[in-house]
Design a protein around this ligand. Structure first.
Ligand code: HEM
Length: 214
């Protein structure tokens, strides 16, 4: 199978896996399988899914560097955009369904509950990244595109803080997620290469029309 076909196949798989949590939630909703607190269940599953998608998007570059599977690079954008989609649904579910668009309560929550402020800031930071994730924006922003897209680390960090702060007792999963993020960050650290060799490596790492944070 040639490279183009393999990329197409992998992208198809990403779409299938990306849509599966939404389809699963809708199916559970229609078949009355969301449990006693359906609103909270959907909110939590949307939150989990967005965090997992963010971590998977951030794992593409380290995995690619470790394995040499450069074919994975084009998957960053669709996975990152799925993360943004689920995060936006998570926010809308909270604002429209849980808080019934009561703006004064939402603003009060954002101001007075640190975990909501962290999550809200994390989501806001992803908006410019989603908007500029197209090939046109990569061309227009040049080097600044990469600088801007480094915000994905801050956004994921805030999402993790939000996750850790909102659990009442069992911190097992937030700690697992934080550990995954720390490992992914450590895998990105590489020894500095002197002179021209370093320049060549940096040039090879530049996004070639394949967005969502390196
Ligand atoms: C980077 C951004 C965010 C990430 C990664 C994220 C992720 C999560 C995760 C993983 C959970 C816990 C799910 C579970 O217990 O299994 C959660 C819960 C929650 N999130 Fe977010 N979230 C983000 C942004 C937001 C925003 C913008 C809001 C609303 C302003 C929000 C509101 C909530 C609420 C209300 C809960 C449930 C808390 C509770 O049960 O007390 N999140 N989120």
């Amino acid at each position: 199978m040639n490279k183009k076909r393999r990329i197409l196949l992998l992208k198809g798989l990403v779409w299938l896996l990306g849509l599966a949590p939404a389809v699963w939630l809708v199916w559970r909703g229609f078949t009355d399988r969301l449990g006693a607190n359906a609103i909270e269940e959907v909110l939590h599953r949307l939150g989990d899914t967005s965090l997992i998608a963010l971590l998977v998007a951030l794992s593409i570059t380290p995995v690619r560097r470790l394995t040499g599977w450069n074919i994975l690079a084009p998957l960053r954008r669709p996975i990152g955009l799925f993360a943004f989609f689920y995060l936006t649904m998570h926010f809308l579910w909270y604002a429209v369904i849980d808080e019934e668009l009561a703006l004064e309560f939402i603003i009060e929550d954002v101001i007075e509950r640190p975990y909501i402020l962290a999550g809200f800031t994390g989501w806001l930071l992803l908006i410019p990244l989603a908007i500029t994730s197209t090939k046109g924006w990569i061309r227009r922003l040049k080097k600044n595109w990469q600088r801007l897209h480094r915000l994905v680390y801050l956004s994921t960090g805030l999402g993790l803080l939000h996750f850790y702060w909102q659990v009442k007792a069992d911190t097992y999963w937030p700690i697992v997620a934080i550990t995954v993020m720390v490992v992914l960050m450590l895998l990105r650290i590489r020894p500095r290469k002197p002179g021209r060799e370093r320049e060549r490596t940096v040039a090879a790492e530049r996004p070639r029309q394949e967005p969502l944070a390196d």
